[in-house]
Design a protein around this ligand. Structure first.
Ligand code: ADP
Ligand code: MG
Length: 252
């Protein structure tokens, strides 16, 4: 589905060149759940921006579903992004002065969809926030804001969801609720690519890419048994936490 060959992204900064990406080869199959890890400054966000068609590489080739897109114009990339890709950010990036439903509607407006309200509402329901549709971000918890952001990312039914540290601003338990949504999306066939520096989160993926200095240092397949063990344990913790919430009336 995704094929990167010798991708570089260089930023000229005064007299020096920052090599944010420095020759990346990567193949991602349709339906994979991939985690990208690495120290701060190793090129993870740059990689996500390129994968998500938010930016273009300095050199190298990027094929998405067989199409060579590394030479697309920004306009062509925007159209492709709207159709194929959903993006989730660490800081949610919601419009503050409007409702959850309006936030989720934005990609449909860009796509000039005929029907906006129904799919936007369905996306909010899919992340368990149907009852919060008319709340503004300031009236929602961090976990709820991130769920709105996920609803916005999936409202156009993208084949790929990219998430850059989606649990980075959340406590462990709320982060786990967010991970459950990514697992549910993955089970429904969506390709998930997730940046995280938390090993607990990365180990929930099928494959872990470790980056250093703009290159891929390691590419590891997560042992299936270990992964199901982690997922089962987290599901139990998640179920217990949810039961607890119903009991005490709190949500993450
Ligand atoms: P990470 O997400 O792993 O922390 P980034 O991809 O954000 O890393 O950054 C990789 C390197 O590229 C860093 O050295 C960073 O300072 C540099 N960089 C990222 N974006 C820009 C930019 N727009 N202009 C100049 N340098 C940048
Ligand atoms: Mg980053």
């Amino acid at each position: 589905m995704i094929e990167l060959r010798q991708i570089t992204k260089h930023y000229p900064m005064g007299g020096v060149t920052v090599r944010a990406l420095d020759g990346v080869d990567l193949d991602i199959r349709s339906g994979e759940f991939l985690a990208i890890t690495g120290a701060s400054g190793s090129g993870k966000s740059t990689m996500m921006h390129l994968l998500g068609c938010l930016d273009r590489p300095t050199s190298g080739s990027y094929r998405l579903k067989g199409q060579l897109i590394s030479n697309y114009s920004h306009k062509q990339l925007a159209r492709l992004r709207n159709r194929e890709i959903g993006f989730v950010f660490q800081t949610f990036n919601l419009i503050q002065r409007t409702s959850a439903l309006d936030n989720v509607s934005v990609p449909l407006i860009y796509a000039r969809a005929d029907d906006i309200r129904h799919p936007a509402m369905a996306a909010l329901e899919r992340v368990g926030l149907g009852a919060r549709a008319h709340h503004r971000p300031s009236e929602l918890s961090g976990g709820e804001r991130q769920r709105v952001a996920i609803a916005r990312a999936i409202v156009t039914n993208p084949s790929i969801v990219l998430a850059d540290e989606p649990t980075g601003n959340l406590d462990t338990r709320t982060g786990e609720q967010i991970m459950q949504i990514f697992h549910e999306l993955h089970r429904s066939g969506v390709t998930i690519i997730l940046v995280t520096h938390e090993m607990d989160i990365a180990a929930q993926a099928q494959r872990i890419i470790k980056m250093r200095d703009g290159r891929i240092l390691e590419d590891t397949q997560v042992d299936d048994e270990l992964r199901s063990e982690i997922l089962e344990r987290n599901l139990r913790v998640h179920a217990a936490a949810t039961a607890d919430e119903v009991h005490t009336g709190t949500t993450g």
